[in-house]
Design a protein around this ligand. Structure first.
Ligand SMILES: Nc1ncnc2c1ncn2[C@@H]1O[C@H](COP(=O)(O)OP(=O)(O)O)[C@@H](O)[C@H]1O
Ligand SMILES: N[C@@H](CCC(=O)OP(=O)(O)O)C(=O)O
Length: 273
Protein backbone atom coordinates (compact mmCIF):
# COMPACT_ATOMS: atom_id res chain seq x y z
CA UNK A 1 0.00 0.00 0.00
CA UNK A 2 1.41 3.44 -0.97
CA UNK A 3 1.63 6.37 1.42
CA UNK A 4 -1.35 8.06 -0.18
CA UNK A 5 -3.66 5.02 0.00
CA UNK A 6 -3.88 5.28 3.79
CA UNK A 7 -5.62 8.68 3.49
CA UNK A 8 -8.73 6.94 2.21
CA UNK A 9 -9.44 5.36 5.59
CA UNK A 10 -9.08 8.64 7.54
CA UNK A 11 -12.25 9.26 9.51
CA UNK A 12 -11.62 12.40 11.55
CA UNK A 13 -10.34 15.21 9.34
CA UNK A 14 -9.31 18.75 10.29
CA UNK A 15 -9.20 21.21 7.39
CA UNK A 16 -7.46 24.59 7.80
CA UNK A 17 -8.12 27.30 5.27
CA UNK A 18 -6.09 30.52 5.08
CA UNK A 19 -7.11 34.08 4.29
CA UNK A 20 -5.45 33.99 0.87
CA UNK A 21 -7.74 31.10 -0.13
CA UNK A 22 -10.87 32.78 1.18
CA UNK A 23 -10.33 36.11 -0.56
CA UNK A 24 -9.69 37.50 -4.04
CA UNK A 25 -6.46 39.32 -4.81
CA UNK A 26 -8.35 42.60 -4.25
CA UNK A 27 -9.11 41.47 -0.68
CA UNK A 28 -12.83 40.88 -1.22
CA UNK A 29 -14.35 37.67 0.12
CA UNK A 30 -14.37 34.78 -2.40
CA UNK A 31 -17.92 33.56 -1.90
CA UNK A 32 -17.76 31.09 -4.80
CA UNK A 33 -14.80 29.30 -3.28
CA UNK A 34 -16.29 29.25 0.22
CA UNK A 35 -19.49 27.84 -1.23
CA UNK A 36 -17.51 25.05 -2.94
CA UNK A 37 -15.56 24.36 0.22
CA UNK A 38 -18.75 23.96 2.23
CA UNK A 39 -20.21 21.67 -0.44
CA UNK A 40 -17.18 19.36 -0.41
CA UNK A 41 -17.04 19.31 3.40
CA UNK A 42 -20.77 18.63 3.60
CA UNK A 43 -20.34 15.73 1.20
CA UNK A 44 -17.46 14.34 3.26
CA UNK A 45 -19.74 14.52 6.30
CA UNK A 46 -22.47 12.71 4.36
CA UNK A 47 -20.01 9.96 3.45
CA UNK A 48 -19.45 9.33 7.17
CA UNK A 49 -16.32 11.41 7.81
CA UNK A 50 -16.00 13.70 10.84
CA UNK A 51 -15.02 17.20 9.78
CA UNK A 52 -13.59 20.15 11.73
CA UNK A 53 -12.90 23.41 9.88
CA UNK A 54 -10.23 25.83 11.11
CA UNK A 55 -10.74 29.08 9.27
CA UNK A 56 -8.85 32.35 9.04
CA UNK A 57 -10.32 35.40 7.35
CA UNK A 58 -11.93 37.30 10.25
CA UNK A 59 -9.58 40.28 9.96
CA UNK A 60 -9.92 40.58 6.20
CA UNK A 61 -13.70 40.15 6.19
CA UNK A 62 -13.86 42.83 8.91
CA UNK A 63 -11.62 45.14 6.89
CA UNK A 64 -14.04 44.93 3.97
CA UNK A 65 -17.14 45.23 6.12
CA UNK A 66 -15.75 48.34 7.83
CA UNK A 67 -14.73 49.67 4.41
CA UNK A 68 -11.17 50.31 5.60
CA UNK A 69 -8.86 51.58 2.87
CA UNK A 70 -6.03 49.24 3.93
CA UNK A 71 -5.48 46.19 6.09
CA UNK A 72 -4.55 47.56 9.55
CA UNK A 73 -1.08 47.16 10.96
CA UNK A 74 -1.80 48.01 14.62
CA UNK A 75 -2.77 45.00 16.73
CA UNK A 76 -5.81 46.76 18.27
CA UNK A 77 -7.11 47.71 14.82
CA UNK A 78 -6.72 44.09 13.62
CA UNK A 79 -8.50 42.86 16.74
CA UNK A 80 -11.41 45.23 16.14
CA UNK A 81 -11.62 44.22 12.46
CA UNK A 82 -11.56 40.54 13.49
CA UNK A 83 -14.42 41.11 15.94
CA UNK A 84 -16.52 42.52 13.11
CA UNK A 85 -15.35 39.97 10.52
CA UNK A 86 -15.73 36.85 12.67
CA UNK A 87 -19.50 37.18 13.01
CA UNK A 88 -19.85 37.86 9.29
CA UNK A 89 -17.66 34.82 8.50
CA UNK A 90 -19.83 32.61 10.71
CA UNK A 91 -22.94 33.95 9.03
CA UNK A 92 -21.54 32.96 5.62
CA UNK A 93 -20.51 29.45 6.78
CA UNK A 94 -23.81 28.92 8.55
CA UNK A 95 -25.73 29.97 5.42
CA UNK A 96 -23.76 27.76 3.00
CA UNK A 97 -23.54 24.69 5.26
CA UNK A 98 -27.24 25.17 6.02
CA UNK A 99 -28.00 24.81 2.32
CA UNK A 100 -26.59 21.30 2.57
CA UNK A 101 -28.48 20.64 5.82
CA UNK A 102 -25.45 20.85 8.06
CA UNK A 103 -25.18 22.72 11.34
CA UNK A 104 -22.12 24.67 12.44
CA UNK A 105 -20.79 25.63 15.88
CA UNK A 106 -18.32 28.43 16.51
CA UNK A 107 -15.23 27.52 18.57
CA UNK A 108 -12.84 30.37 19.35
CA UNK A 109 -9.61 29.24 20.98
CA UNK A 110 -6.19 30.38 22.07
CA UNK A 111 -3.17 28.14 21.69
CA UNK A 112 -2.56 28.07 25.45
CA UNK A 113 -5.63 25.86 25.99
CA UNK A 114 -3.26 22.91 26.02
CA UNK A 115 -1.37 24.22 29.04
CA UNK A 116 -4.04 23.68 31.70
CA UNK A 117 -5.53 20.20 32.05
CA UNK A 118 -8.94 21.46 33.14
CA UNK A 119 -9.22 23.89 30.22
CA UNK A 120 -7.91 21.26 27.81
CA UNK A 121 -10.56 18.77 28.95
CA UNK A 122 -13.31 21.36 28.47
CA UNK A 123 -12.14 22.00 24.92
CA UNK A 124 -11.95 18.28 24.10
CA UNK A 125 -15.40 17.65 25.63
CA UNK A 126 -16.93 20.45 23.55
CA UNK A 127 -15.42 19.09 20.33
CA UNK A 128 -16.44 15.51 21.11
CA UNK A 129 -20.05 16.52 21.78
CA UNK A 130 -20.24 18.65 18.62
CA UNK A 131 -18.79 15.80 16.54
CA UNK A 132 -21.13 13.27 18.17
CA UNK A 133 -24.09 15.52 17.24
CA UNK A 134 -22.82 15.79 13.61
CA UNK A 135 -22.22 19.53 14.03
CA UNK A 136 -19.29 20.99 12.06
CA UNK A 137 -17.04 22.90 14.49
CA UNK A 138 -15.76 26.11 12.87
CA UNK A 139 -12.60 27.14 14.68
CA UNK A 140 -10.63 30.38 14.69
CA UNK A 141 -8.22 31.96 17.09
CA UNK A 142 -9.93 34.19 19.61
CA UNK A 143 -8.34 37.26 18.07
CA UNK A 144 -9.36 39.58 20.92
CA UNK A 145 -6.93 37.81 23.25
CA UNK A 146 -4.62 35.68 21.07
CA UNK A 147 -1.40 37.56 20.71
CA UNK A 148 1.86 35.64 20.53
CA UNK A 149 5.10 37.11 21.62
CA UNK A 150 7.94 35.17 20.05
CA UNK A 151 11.49 36.44 20.46
CA UNK A 152 10.14 39.91 21.35
CA UNK A 153 8.17 40.09 18.09
CA UNK A 154 4.44 40.50 18.66
CA UNK A 155 2.59 38.27 16.19
CA UNK A 156 -1.08 38.31 15.54
CA UNK A 157 -2.76 35.01 14.85
CA UNK A 158 -1.43 31.67 13.74
CA UNK A 159 -4.15 29.33 12.65
CA UNK A 160 -1.64 26.90 11.14
CA UNK A 161 -0.39 25.95 14.60
CA UNK A 162 -3.89 26.23 16.07
CA UNK A 163 -5.10 23.67 13.51
CA UNK A 164 -2.30 21.31 14.56
CA UNK A 165 -3.16 21.80 18.24
CA UNK A 166 -6.82 21.04 17.53
CA UNK A 167 -5.85 17.96 15.48
CA UNK A 168 -3.77 16.61 18.37
CA UNK A 169 -6.44 17.41 20.98
CA UNK A 170 -9.18 15.58 19.12
CA UNK A 171 -6.85 12.84 17.81
CA UNK A 172 -7.64 13.55 14.18
CA UNK A 173 -6.48 11.10 11.52
CA UNK A 174 -5.59 13.79 9.01
CA UNK A 175 -4.88 17.52 8.93
CA UNK A 176 -5.24 19.25 5.56
CA UNK A 177 -3.86 22.78 5.31
CA UNK A 178 -5.29 24.58 2.30
CA UNK A 179 -3.28 27.55 1.08
CA UNK A 180 -2.67 29.58 -2.09
CA UNK A 181 0.23 27.39 -3.18
CA UNK A 182 0.48 23.80 -4.51
CA UNK A 183 2.44 22.52 -1.52
CA UNK A 184 5.86 22.81 0.09
CA UNK A 185 8.63 23.73 -2.34
CA UNK A 186 12.40 23.75 -1.95
CA UNK A 187 12.19 27.56 -1.95
CA UNK A 188 9.40 30.15 -2.14
CA UNK A 189 7.94 29.72 -5.68
CA UNK A 190 6.67 33.30 -5.69
CA UNK A 191 10.31 34.39 -5.48
CA UNK A 192 12.09 31.60 -7.37
CA UNK A 193 10.48 30.19 -10.51
CA UNK A 194 12.76 27.14 -10.45
CA UNK A 195 11.40 25.96 -7.10
CA UNK A 196 10.46 22.28 -7.00
CA UNK A 197 7.41 20.82 -5.23
CA UNK A 198 8.26 18.22 -2.58
CA UNK A 199 5.56 15.54 -2.78
CA UNK A 200 6.31 13.55 0.37
CA UNK A 201 8.22 14.57 3.47
CA UNK A 202 9.15 11.61 5.64
CA UNK A 203 10.68 13.79 8.37
CA UNK A 204 10.95 17.54 8.88
CA UNK A 205 14.67 18.19 9.12
CA UNK A 206 16.55 21.46 9.82
CA UNK A 207 17.54 21.45 6.12
CA UNK A 208 13.87 21.46 5.11
CA UNK A 209 13.13 24.21 7.61
CA UNK A 210 15.63 26.37 5.73
CA UNK A 211 13.34 26.22 2.66
CA UNK A 212 10.40 27.85 4.45
CA UNK A 213 9.83 31.54 3.84
CA UNK A 214 7.22 34.04 5.00
CA UNK A 215 3.86 34.87 3.48
CA UNK A 216 3.79 35.90 -0.17
CA UNK A 217 0.64 38.02 0.14
CA UNK A 218 -0.48 41.03 2.15
CA UNK A 219 -3.38 39.10 3.71
CA UNK A 220 -1.56 35.86 4.67
CA UNK A 221 0.03 35.73 8.11
CA UNK A 222 2.51 32.94 8.72
CA UNK A 223 3.76 31.78 5.32
CA UNK A 224 5.52 28.41 5.25
CA UNK A 225 7.27 28.87 8.59
CA UNK A 226 4.09 28.36 10.62
CA UNK A 227 2.85 25.63 8.25
CA UNK A 228 6.03 23.67 8.83
CA UNK A 229 5.91 24.00 12.62
CA UNK A 230 2.25 22.98 12.47
CA UNK A 231 3.10 19.94 10.35
CA UNK A 232 5.82 19.00 12.82
CA UNK A 233 3.49 19.37 15.80
CA UNK A 234 0.88 17.10 14.23
CA UNK A 235 3.13 14.47 12.62
CA UNK A 236 5.06 13.80 15.85
CA UNK A 237 1.72 12.99 17.45
CA UNK A 238 0.81 10.43 14.79
CA UNK A 239 -1.24 12.60 12.42
CA UNK A 240 -0.68 12.73 8.65
CA UNK A 241 -0.63 16.28 7.29
CA UNK A 242 -1.24 17.42 3.72
CA UNK A 243 -0.50 20.92 2.46
CA UNK A 244 -2.36 21.64 -0.76
CA UNK A 245 -3.77 24.38 -2.93
CA UNK A 246 -7.27 25.45 -1.87
CA UNK A 247 -8.15 27.30 -5.08
CA UNK A 248 -10.37 24.36 -6.03
CA UNK A 249 -11.69 22.87 -2.77
CA UNK A 250 -12.63 19.67 -4.65
CA UNK A 251 -8.97 18.80 -4.11
CA UNK A 252 -10.02 17.55 -0.68
CA UNK A 253 -11.99 14.70 -2.22
CA UNK A 254 -9.09 13.83 -4.57
CA UNK A 255 -6.59 13.83 -1.71
CA UNK A 256 -8.70 11.49 0.35
CA UNK A 257 -9.05 9.25 -2.70
CA UNK A 258 -5.26 8.92 -2.73
CA UNK A 259 -4.34 11.27 -5.58
CA UNK A 260 -0.76 12.49 -5.44
CA UNK A 261 -1.46 16.20 -4.88
CA UNK A 262 0.18 18.73 -2.58
CA UNK A 263 2.80 17.75 -0.02
CA UNK A 264 2.21 14.84 2.34
CA UNK A 265 4.02 15.11 5.68
CA UNK A 266 4.12 11.60 7.07
CA UNK A 267 3.00 10.78 10.59
CA UNK A 268 5.98 9.96 12.82
CA UNK A 269 4.27 7.39 14.99
CA UNK A 270 1.39 4.96 15.18
CA UNK A 271 -1.58 6.68 16.81
CA UNK A 272 -3.10 4.96 19.86
CA UNK A 273 -6.86 5.56 20.03
N1 LIG B 1 9.16 26.81 0.61
C1 LIG B 1 7.97 27.35 0.30
N2 LIG B 1 7.06 26.62 -0.41
C2 LIG B 1 5.84 27.13 -0.73
N3 LIG B 1 5.44 28.40 -0.39
C3 LIG B 1 6.28 29.18 0.33
C4 LIG B 1 7.60 28.69 0.70
N4 LIG B 1 8.21 29.67 1.43
C5 LIG B 1 7.34 30.71 1.51
N5 LIG B 1 6.18 30.43 0.86
C6 LIG B 1 5.03 31.37 0.78
O1 LIG B 1 4.00 30.96 1.69
C7 LIG B 1 2.75 31.41 1.14
C8 LIG B 1 1.58 30.73 1.85
O2 LIG B 1 1.46 31.21 3.18
P1 LIG B 1 0.38 32.36 3.60
O3 LIG B 1 0.51 33.53 2.68
O4 LIG B 1 0.56 32.61 5.08
O5 LIG B 1 -1.00 31.67 3.27
P2 LIG B 1 -2.32 31.31 4.09
O6 LIG B 1 -3.16 32.55 4.06
O7 LIG B 1 -2.89 30.17 3.30
O8 LIG B 1 -1.94 30.89 5.49
C9 LIG B 1 2.91 31.09 -0.33
O9 LIG B 1 2.04 31.84 -1.14
C10 LIG B 1 4.39 31.44 -0.61
O10 LIG B 1 4.55 32.75 -1.07
N1 LIG C 1 -7.32 34.76 13.16
C1 LIG C 1 -6.92 35.53 11.98
C2 LIG C 1 -6.04 34.74 11.04
C3 LIG C 1 -4.66 34.42 11.45
C4 LIG C 1 -3.96 33.51 10.42
O1 LIG C 1 -3.31 32.52 10.79
O2 LIG C 1 -4.14 33.85 9.09
P1 LIG C 1 -3.71 32.95 7.79
O3 LIG C 1 -2.19 33.01 7.64
O4 LIG C 1 -4.42 33.57 6.66
O5 LIG C 1 -4.16 31.54 8.05
C5 LIG C 1 -8.17 35.89 11.16
O6 LIG C 1 -9.18 35.18 11.25
O7 LIG C 1 -8.10 36.84 10.38
Amino acid sequence: MGYRDQLHSCKRIVVKVGTSTLTYDNGEIHLGRIEKLTRVLSDLMNSGKEVVLVTSGAVQVGVKKLKLANRPTLIRDKQAAAAVGQSELMHIYSKFFGEYSHIVGQVLLTKDVIEDEHVRNNVVNTFEKLIEDRVIPIVNENDTVAIDEIENIVRFGDNDNLSAIVSVLIQADLLVILSDIDGFFDSDPTKNENSMLIKVIEKITPELEEFAGGSGTSVGTGGMVTKLTAAKRATVEGINVVLANGKDPAILRDLINGKELGTLFLSQKQKVR
